[in-house]
Write a protein of this length. Structure first.
Length: 128
């Protein structure tokens, strides 16, 4: 399957086009009849209902991604778009500018959350 070329704004359009099915999938998380559509832009952190909508949206599309297991057993999944990287954890997501990705990886290493091998894997993945 071909990996889609996509920018953050394109991802937001796909979210809007599928909001009905996505909000239905997230009904137990959102717990509201009114779903507020998250604004997808660099610098945003999404949690709760917004995170659930994004997580389910990611399951619908094919974008370049990599998953790593943290030292505490949790995980992070990174998705590379044309203009940003989305970091998905188990409870929240962050939308990072492309030029912030390597700094974020080094921060994870500095706090001993990932190994040197993980750092190398992430940077190699990002460079492709």
């Amino acid at each position: 399957m071909e990996v889609l070329k996509m920018r953050v704004e394109d991802l937001e359009r796909v979210l809007l086009a599928n909001i009905g099915s996505l909000s239905e999938a997230c009904r137990s998380i959102c717990r509201s009849d009114v779903v507020y559509i998250p604004r997808l832009e660099v610098g945003n952190v999404l949690d709760g209902c917004d995170y659930c909508l994004l997580r389910n949206l990611i399951d619908l599309i094919n974008v370049k991604s990599i998953t790593i297991v943290l030292r505490d057993g949790d995980y992070l999944e990174f998705l590379k778009l044309d203009d940003a990287v989305i970091e998905l954890g188990s409870e929240a997501a962050s939308i990072l500018a492309l030029d912030e990705f390597v700094s974020r990886v080094m921060e994870l290493r500095e706090f001993n959350m990932i190994s040197d091998e993980d750092v190398n894997s992430l940077i190699e993945w990002f460079s492709r």
